[in-house]
Write a protein of this length. Structure first.
Length: 567
């Protein structure tokens, strides 16, 4: 349990994908650039107080200590790209005999700048040359049966600085010709285009802003040299617009013009200077106004604010970080440390009532059962639903989720499942963005369907993603027909997910590969670079599978052999 918590924290407290404008150095200095910098680690010794922050707090009496396995790592965010030239490692008795010092621009792709297989422990001063925002100690062999442990990890960087390019616009003051705030787009202010959140957007007002021209601009806080602008359009995009700069937000200079805007994601190489950067919108693509999911400005100077942390891609080899094998004795309810039941009628015009684990139990053969039942006395098994106010139900079933227990950004997520069958059943193994419980409505929260099966289509299973501009019947996915009923046997449903996209498979056969860049360029924003939680449910009826009929038999069991997460 403690180990899973540590790795979940790693998934949440990770490095930025987009660098912030900073400095690079040419000469080696003596100051400790790692002192009190943001730091993350592969693990922390179970039950110990030896946190990663203790290795960069400047206190030689506190230390970080890892779990008792190889490999282990400690990563420091220097805040901006830096020339690094040396490090001092003050080891506790549990030192590494083999390790590398590595640097990275993004916390994902690493370059080794120093390595040894004959580490001696004690205090080690090492020199090297490298450039990156992130620096990592990557220990591959322990000297003892314990983990690896550092009193301090000090980093030396250069003293002569030159600018480096980065994101300048994150959460800076934004202004627009108008903005929408109604049921179709609540509080769609200009700030939503600068929040580095692809699930939120700015839109012009339907009462005053569905006209030409329109505009949105950002105050970078100080003069900057602009090298790139990225715009991710909602379907209400501009067919013609200009990128403009200004020193006073009054007199504007055009540095780039577009006369055949394609919508979706456009990355524009530009060259200009100014404190303010504006997208001047001169022609709408349709009858509506203008709307942007993202407006990002890159360059040097300004007064940048670091964007929120995002997870790095899973390492290689992958390691099992969470699982439930369902090996408890028959009749055991779901593990409350891993799952909680969602109770109520469900969505999508489903007919069942999800009970408080009365329909979820182990079978004693290594499986969790999610049982859909037709109730002999309708209403006898379901209390008053707090949403619908109804106290009757014809069917009951189970829906289990890990929300509030565990969630993950990226990795391999898989389950071995024997689906329920017969017309009107709709078993599923899927994921939702954590922010659906924090004010982000579906589909902006994102949905990853690793398995959906319709009882009326016994030979097929579906794997799909849903996002703000591609959802419902417009989701991006594919089905696999195996030529026989999925309900006859167990099948392995899997997604391999990283910052570049997802690969879905069934029984080891790739069903669909979904590329992030292609989705952004052809369908809309990608909302899958954040934590998601797992759901298992066995629905009855709904607007996609249709209702049961005279051929439907009950009860219907969905059997889950295991659920596993690798990172």
């Amino acid at each position: 349990m403690r180990r899973r918590s540590a790795i979940t924290a790693f998934a949440l407290l990770t490095a930025l994908v987009v660098p912030v404008a900073g400095v690079q150095a040419a000469e080696c200095g003596t100051a400790n650039a790692a002192l009190n910098a943001p730091v993350t680690a592969s693990s922390v010794e179970s039950g110990s107080p030896f946190a990663a922050t203790s290795a960069v707090d400047g206190n030689a009496g506190t230390r970080w200590s890892s779990a008792f396995s190889d490999p282990q790592w400690l990563r420091i965010d220097l805040g901006a790209s830096r020339d690094v030239c040396g490090a001092t490692l003050q080891w506790e008795a549990a030192y590494a005999t083999a390790f590398q010092i590595q640097v990275s621009p993004d916390g994902a792709a690493w370059t080794t700048v120093h390595q040894t297989t004959t580490g001696t422990g004690g205090t080690q001063n090492v020199t090297f040359t490298g450039t990156g925002r992130y620096i990592r100690l990557y220990a591959t062999a322990r000297a003892t049966q314990y983990g690896v442990s550092l009193w301090e990890f000090a980093v030396r960087t250069g003293t002569n600085t030159t600018p480096t390019e980065g994101l300048l616009s994150y959460n800076k003051p934004a202004f627009a010709s108008s903005f929408q705030d109604d049921g179709a787009c609540p509080v769609c202010t200009p700030a939503k285009a600068l929040d580095f959140n692809p699930a939120t957007r700015w839109a012009t007002s339907p009462t005053t802003g569905w006209v030409d021209p329109g505009w949105i601009y950002v105050d970078l806080g100080a003069s900057a040299r602009i090298s790139k602008v990225v715009v991710q359009w909602d379907p209400a995009h501009a067919s013609a617009f200009q990128i403009q700069t200004s020193d006073n937000a009054s007199t504007w200079t055009t540095i780039h013009s577009v006369t055949n805007g394609t919508g979706f994601k456009q990355t524009l190489a530009v060259n200009g200077t100014g404190r303010y950067v504006r997208v001047n919108l001169t022609a709408r693509s349709g009858q509506y106004g203008y709307s942007l999911w993202e407006f990002q400005v890159y360059g040097t100077g300004g007064s940048p604010t670091p964007p929120p942390p995002q997870a790095p891609d899973p390492g290689n080899p992958l390691r099992l970080v969470w699982s439930d094998e369902f090996n408890a004795p028959a009749g055991t309810r779901p593990d409350a440390t891993k799952w909680r039941p969602e109770i109520g009628t469900g969505q999508n015009a489903e007919l069942q009532y999800y009970t408080d684990n009365r329909n979820a139990f182990t079978d004693g053969a290594g499986n969790m059962v999610l049982e859909a039942r037709r109730e002999v006395t309708p209403g006898s098994a379901c209390p008053v639903d707090p949403v619908s106010g109804s106290g009757t139900c014809q069917y009951t079933s189970a829906r289990l989720i890990t929300e509030g227990k565990a969630s993950w950004t990226y990795g391999r997520i898989e389950a071995n499942i024997k689906v329920s069958g017969t017309k009107g059943l709709w078993p599923a193994f899927w994921m939702l963005g954590n922010d659906i419980f924090k004010g982000t409505a579906w589909p902006a929260s994102g949905e990853i369907d690793i398995m959906e099966h319709l009882g009326r289509e016994p030979n097929t299973a579906y794997q799909t993603i849903h996002g703000p501009a591609y959802f419902g019947a417009g989701g991006i996915g594919q089905m696999r027909d195996i030529g026989q009923d999925y309900a006859n046997a167990f099948h392995l449903f899997r997604v391999d997910w990283n910052s570049k996209g997802m690969v879905f498979s069934i029984d080891g056969v790739t069903v669909i590969t979904i590329d992030k860049a292609t989705v952004e360029a052809t369908r809309g924003p990608w909302v899958f670079d954040k934590p998601f939680f797992i759901l298992l449910n066995n629905a009855v009826g709904g607007d996609w599978p249709g209702p049961p009929d005279a051929t439907t038999s009950f009860p219907q069991r969905m059997l889950v052999d295991y659920v596993r997460v690798y990172q």
